[in-house]
Design a protein. Structure first.
Length: 454
């Protein structure tokens, strides 16, 4: 009789095809049966007849699902599973048993089994059990990533849009991101506060081969060694009177994805040591575990200062600088791409007005000149906040306040732009009068204004 198709298997066929499965059973017939079924459906299948060899395989490889028989010569599957949970086994386990009584079920749950296969069983029951395990793992890790995002308190809605703008500077940055996304190399984004480093990191992740896996953000400033290890590695405990407790860290819950380290230059010396060992060895151990696991994440870091300079000052490990900086991408400050200010202002006005349920106030020529002449020390972040303030108060010009401009060395083009815009402001936007006062041709003023987005 032909077995009916299973909708669970069909919906998870891609995950099943990528799965690695370990089969532990002392009966040759059962091992061969399971190996034959799984070989054509899973990416990798290893089979073994005893728990000692299974322990060795776990030390050497990573498995998504483990299928084990409960009755074996040296020890029961439940005993072996409980031992492995205590030393660092995070894979889902499916127990094979001929007797599914209540006592066995309770012991299996305490040992960490997630499902049962009652002998005799069919091939589609095996594949269905694996599919359920993969789905549980996916949901667990997805929840872990979302919980992490909530804990760090980041408003992700602010950071999911691609880098906007048509200026030459931002086009160069986008091109560099597209090129870096094709590889798995570690990347460092360098730029001032608010210049869009996290937006760029998410954009790179979305265009990379790892886009189907999680993107996880971690703020490095103020991170203690203990907190850093717990966040990255996770931990497990094994109370004497109960089942082992496990908490997956970022490296497991976001496996295959991207880890974004914001302000990486702010890591303490101890945290730098931990990160350098992780990246150089490619393995880690959850806190409390005796087994190391493989590390599979791309690392994207951000910094406001050149890491090479900080390394030369002996504040940042030189080897860690080289491990992280396979590719460096510089994000220009907003004052160097004034042609993008109006586009960004329109984007934030439309997006925020929808979220806030407010109208967009008129954007007067005077407000436009003020926005273009402002040096934006907080960059895109400051611009966004200014637009939000304008929507709240209904006035773009007043949103910038009357704060004095920063005193800093500017290039000649910036000085020229500031002076022309100030004269235009004094002439109420009359370009002919501004040209007369400046002693230049009207077409010169028109050309300059076009280049600034006026």
């Amino acid at each position: 009789m032909r077995e009916p198709p299973d909708t669970t298997i069909t919906s998870l066929s891609d995950e099943l095809a990528r799965a690695a499965v370990l089969v532990i059973d002392d009966e040759p017939g059962m091992r061969n049966f399971l190996a034959k079924i799984l070989a054509v459906n899973c990416a990798r299948v290893d089979v073994t007849a005893d728990t000692r060899d299974a322990s060795r395989l776990l030390d050497e490889n990573a498995y998504d699902v483990i299928i084990l028989d409960n009755i074996m010569p040296d020890k029961t599957g439940l005993e072996w599973l409980a031992e492995q949970r205590k030393i660092g086994l995070f894979s889902d386990a499916i127990m094979i048993t001929a007797h599914a009584d209540l006592d066995t079920a309770i012991q299996a749950i305490r040992a960490g089994a997630s499902d049962f296969l009652l002998k005799p069983f069919r091939s589609n029951q095996v594949l269905n059990a694996i599919a359920r395990s993969l789905e549980r793992s996916r949901l667990r890790r997805q929840n872990s990533v979302l919980r992490h995002e909530l804990e760090v308190g980041k408003d992700i809605l602010k950071h999911r849009d691609a880098l906007l703008g048509t200026s030459v500077e931002i086009q160069k940055a986008r091109q560099a991101i597209e090129q870096a996304a094709l590889s798995h190399a570690n990347v460092v984004f360098r730029g001032e506060v608010g210049s869009g480093k996290q937006v760029a990191a998410r954009m790179l992740h979305a265009a990379s081969p790892r886009a189907a896996h999680p993107f996880v953000w971690l703020q490095c400033y103020g991170m203690t060694e203990q907190a850093f290890q717990e966040r990255l590695f996770g931990h497990l405990g094994a109370p004497a009177d109960g089942p082992s407790s496990q908490q997956e860290g970022i490296l497991l819950s976001a496996a295959g994805g991207t880890l974004y380290l914001e302000d990486v230059e702010m890591l303490s010396a101890g945290c730098q040591n931990i990160l350098a060992e992780l990246v150089s060895t490619g393995r880690f151990s959850p806190l409390g575990a005796r087994r190391s696991l493989e590390f599979d994440l791309r690392i994207i870091s951000s910094t406001t200062r050149p890491l090479q300079t900080i390394a030369a000052e002996r504040v940042f490990r030189t080897d860690l600088f080289y491990l992280l900086t396979v590719v460096e991408i510089l994000l220009p400050p907003l004052r160097q791409r004034t042609a993008d200010i109006m586009e960004l202002t329109r984007f934030f006005s439309e997006r925020l007005s929808q979220r806030m349920g407010t109208g967009i106030p008129a954007f007067s020529p005077a407000a436009r000149r003020r926005f273009l002449s402002h040096d934006w020390p907080g960059n895109v972040m400051e611009l966004r906040n200014t637009v939000e303030r304008a929507l709240i108060h209904g006035d773009f010009e007043a949103a910038l306040g009357t704060a004095a401009p920063r005193i800093e060395i500017e290039d000649l083009a910036a000085v020229e732009r500031r002076h022309i815009l100030a004269v235009l402001d004094a002439c109420d936007g009359n370009r002919a009068e501004a040209a007369r006062r400046l002693g230049v041709a009207r077409k010169t003023i028109d050309r300059k204004c076009r280049s600034w987005g006026l």
